[in-house]
Design a protein around this ligand. Structure first.
Ligand SMILES: Cc1cc2nc3c(=O)[nH]c(=O)nc-3n(C[C@H](O)[C@H](O)[C@H](O)COP(=O)(O)OP(=O)(O)OC[C@H]3O[C@@H](n4cnc5c(N)ncnc54)[C@H](O)[C@@H]3O)c2cc1C
Length: 400
């Protein structure tokens, strides 16, 4: 007979979204189990590691220098001809402020979950969900060679971009090629000076990264995460992405003597918000719920924010002993009120941005730099362009 254990809630995936959910659920008295298939939380790192400071404050994560690699002054946006736009940190978007030590950061969030009372199991993979009469009742797990069942009143799918738990539970999370960005990132060291490196996170636009961008997120005085995202529908072969990044590196003088410390690949979703993230005895959060910003590809902050909300809702579900879809609506409505408009607007904007030529990017960035735009949001940028360069914004008329 397969061994069985019981919790109020089982959270699958100890990324920032899952650990934050577990933390706030446990703080509300929910008996919570957090399972993670990897042997070490946060490692290996597959991330640019950029995070706006306010997410840390919003989710009340105790600040610790251990998970800070570099604090930056803001963002620099470069158009294809090298025109530069500088945005100060407070207005530079969800990925700019702190460049994390993501492995230490993910452990710090999990530590808070444990401190709140959650149990954690590593090297434990969810392999199926338990279904009964339209409800999800738990997950089947494998730890090393042991197979067992975790029965729970609610299963949380926090299993990231490649999420299966949501799909097993019947959610529609499949992505089309145009809504997936393939990424490749080197951590490079021995980077030379220029463009105020290492004080800013850099974003390079145009055909250097078709329907995406190249980022340089500094880790220390000579080291940075240098990565590229390219929409999958622009790639003949997935490995072409390396050629794009290598060509860009070859023409940046700062990178002439740079050497890699690691290299990672992965995907990010750049889709519109999905229509449903809760069901009877189940909820989706973070990348598993497709909460990544479709323009920037950033998802740490949104995952943490939604995780906090979900944990709090699970506490109220326990009080009523009701983990039905109707009771979980509080979370669905809550995260949508906070994030959905922005995600949807950025998805629409992304679909327009991917049609811009290098010349149009040059014109837009120059206009914004000349006017001295100070805020990096789709709405703020379009407002400026509308007054100064109306023909450039014709493609975006419906956003204004
Ligand atoms: C190259 C790259 C660069 C990026 N750069 C940035 C950036 O600079 N800033 C930013 O905000 N975002 C960035 N992102 C996106 C960011 O990494 C994600 O949005 C973020 O990690 C989402 O957190 P999460 O908790 O939802 O999922 P994850 O962090 O992916 O965590 C999911 C966890 O679930 C575990 N898991 C999966 N399946 C199972 C299973 N069956 N059983 C048990 N455990 C399971 C995984 O091992 C993983 O630990 C980047 C992504 C990539 C690929």
């Amino acid at each position: 007979m397969v061994k069985s254990i019981e919790y109020d809630v089982v959270v699958v995936g100890a990324g920032p979204a899952g650990s934050m959910t577990a933390r706030y659920a446990a703080l509300s008295g929910v008996r919570t189990l957090l399972i993670e298939k990897r042997q070490e939380i946060g490692s290996p790192v597959r991330c640019g590691e950029g995070l706006a400071r306010h997410f840390v404050e919003d989710t009340k994560l105790p600040f610790d220098r251990k998970w800070v690699a570099q604090e930056v002054k803001g963002a620099k946006i470069f158009s294809p001809n090298g025109t530069e736009l500088t945005i100060e940190e407070a207005h530079a978007g969800n990925e700019v402020g702190i460049v994390l030590e993501r492995d230490a950061f993910d452990k710090a969030v999990a530590k808070e979950a444990a401190r709140a009372g959650a149990d954690i199991l590593l090297k434990t993979t969810a392999t199926a969900v338990l279904k009964e009469d339209g409800w999800i009742r738990g997950v089947r797990c494998k730890q090393l060679e042991d197979e067992f069942v975790v029965k729970a009143k609610c299963v949380v799918a926090a299993d990231g971009y490649e999420s299966q738990v949501g799909r097993w539970a019947g959610f529609r999370t499949l992505l089309k090629a145009g809504d997936v960005t393939g990424t490749l990132q080197y951590r490079l060291t021995n980077i030379g000076r220029g463009h105020d490196f290492p004080d800013y996170c850099e974003f390079w636009l145009g055909t250097c990264a078709p329907a995406g961008y190249i980022w340089v997120f500094p880790k220390d005085d000579v080291t940075a995460n240098v990565g590229i995202g390219v929409s999958l529908d622009r790639l003949k072969h997935r490995h072409d992405i390396k050629g794009f990044l290598d060509r860009w590196l070859a023409q940046d003088p700062r990178m002439a003597r740079a050497q890699p410390l690691d290299m990672v690949t992965g995907g990010v979703s750049t889709c519109a918000p999905i229509s449903k993230t809760v069901g009877n005895g189940v909820a989706l959060v973070g990348d598993a719920a497709r909460m990544i910003d479709p323009i920037t590809g950033g998802g740490i902050g949104n995952g943490m924010t939604a995780g906090m909300m979900l944990g709090q809702t699970l506490g109220r579900c326990l009080e009523k002993d009701d983990f039905s879809e109707a009771a979980l609506q509080e979370y669905e409505k809550g995260w949508r009120a906070k994030l959905e408009n922005g995600l949807y607007r950025n998805w629409l904007a992304k679909n327009k941005l991917v049609t811009l030529s290098d010349q149009e990017f040059d014109d837009i960035v120059k206009t914004l730099a000349d006017v001295g735009v100070t805020k990096l949001s789709v709405r703020a940028i379009l407002k400026v362009l509308k007054d100064t360069n109306p023909e450039l914004v014709a493609k975006f008329a419906e956003f204004i």
